[in-house]
Design a protein around this ligand. Structure first.
Ligand code: 3PG
Ligand code: MG
Length: 395
């Protein structure tokens, strides 16, 4: 695989696929710029070589072509600040005007293309569309790890039109860190799995059963496991059709001698709202009309002890509805413990994408853990052992 470091971009126009699918608030301000900041090393290397950069990305999941809400124009000003130079904008990602803007670029300049998903051909992996995109650059760089699990035109198809396909620094770092966890984990190795659905994480949990010493289960998926153990969950979120599977996972873990830690108590609410009435209830005893929205304080203590004595920590998925401040304590306690393990026990800690990454970044801990992944689904699929189309396209 060619890498950014080993490639001289002088005089070249680099067509760079990035994952700038970032969260925006109602004023179109970026609320988590991790994915943008992550691309600084790649973009800077190209510009410092004397190359120019054409950035292409999707934003959201637009259904009916161009929509103001999903326009990448909202990113022009923040990107100009991040890269310390004016970023130009092409309001159509293909076509004559984009071609002219791309060919007019001088070394050191950046052009951002409008949302690729304004064309349905992008998600279809359409070859003609990919060829049109390829007209814009001399070399293709893929730094969009977060979208590498999608076989889309800009991630998996466009590469065939280039002699030079180059893997960016984000792509490399993500793969190296995931490999380190999967192949060279120092023990004890603790995986913390959270999030609302066990169905999203089954394959990864199964894979991890061959690797970890401790498996901590928290978040919404807990209640499916509580059902598996015959407990009462009130109106907590659950997947009744996955109860048998949860039982099997617990059995397999026991057979392999893995220690499973599940919440011993839950912070429950009488409605799904930050200002619901609250009570802490022992696991398996949630009354009718109540739902668990966070792990309880005893669970947080228990999990903390396990995490802080680990040498490798993988965390994927929050412990509760941390978007509600009243139900964020469990998730924040885990973030604290992961930082302590990293700083005081020398652990290698990887935060796996999506909500847990936001939780860590919002707590200001982004720099105090070993690595925060920019991938949600992509990281899960990579760790499950799948070949990611966006990675395969670089070969
Ligand atoms: C993500 O945020 O998961 C990636 O940017 C991919 O987006 P998608 O899930 O809409 O394909
Ligand atoms: Mg996704």
């Amino acid at each position: 695989m060619k890498t950014v470091n080993s490639y001289n971009f002088a005089g070249k126009r680099a067509l760079v696929r990035v994952d700038f699918n970032v969260p925006l608030n109602e004023r179109f301000e970026i609320t988590d710029d991790t994915r943008i900041k992550a691309t600084i090393p790649t973009i800077t290397k190209i510009l410092n070589d004397g190359g120019s950069v054409i950035l292409m990305s999707h934003l959201g999941r637009p259904k009916d072509g161009p929509t103001d809400k999903y326009s990448l124009k909202h990113l022009v000003t923040p990107l100009s600040v991040v890269f310390g130079r004016p970023v130009k904008f092409a309001d159509d990602c293909i076509g004559q005007s984009a071609i002219e803007q791309a060919s007019a670029l001088q070394g050191g300049e950046i052009l951002l293309l409008e949302n690729l998903r304004f064309y349905k051909e992008e998600e279809k992996g359409n070859v003609e569309f990919a060829e049109k995109l390829s007209k814009l650059g001399d070399v293709w760089v893929n730094d969009a790890f977060g979208t590498a699990h999608r076989a889309h035109a800009s991630t998996a198809v466009v590469g065939q039109f280039f002699e030079d396909r180059v893997s960016g620094f984000v792509m490399q770092a993500e793969i190296e860190n995931a490999q380190r966890i999967l192949e060279h984990a120092e023990r004890p190795f603790t995986a913390i799995m959270g999030g609302s659905k066990v169905s999203d994480k089954i394959l990864l949990i199964e894979k991890l059963l061959d690797k970890v010493d401790n498996l901590i289960i928290g978040g919404g998926m807990t209640y499916t496991f509580t059902l598996a153990e015959g407990g009462k969950i009130g109106k907590s979120i659950s997947e009744p059709d996955k109860v048998e599977l949860a039982k099997e996972l617990l059995k397999k873990a026991a057979e392999k001698g893995i220690k499973i830690y599940m919440p011993v108590d839950n912070l429950c609410a009488d409605k799904f709202s930050n200002d619901a009435n609250r009570q802490v209830v022992a696991t398996g005893e949630i009354p009718d009309g109540w739902e668990g929205l966070d792990i309880g304080p005893e669970s947080a203590k228990l999990f903390k002890t396990v995490i802080e004595s680990s040498k490798t920590v993988l965390w994927n998925g929050p412990m509760g509805v941390f978007e509600f401040p009243n139900f964020a304590n469990g998730t924040n306690a885990i973030a604290d413990a992961v930082v302590t393990a990293t700083e005081e026990n020398g652990a290698f800690s990887l935060i796996g994408g999506g909500d847990s990454a936001s939780a860590v970044n919002n707590a200001g801990y982004g720099d105090r853990v070993s690595y925060v992944s920019t991938g949600g689904g992509a990281l899960l699929e990579y760790m499950e052992g799948k070949t990611l189309p966006g990675v395969a396209a670089l070969m």
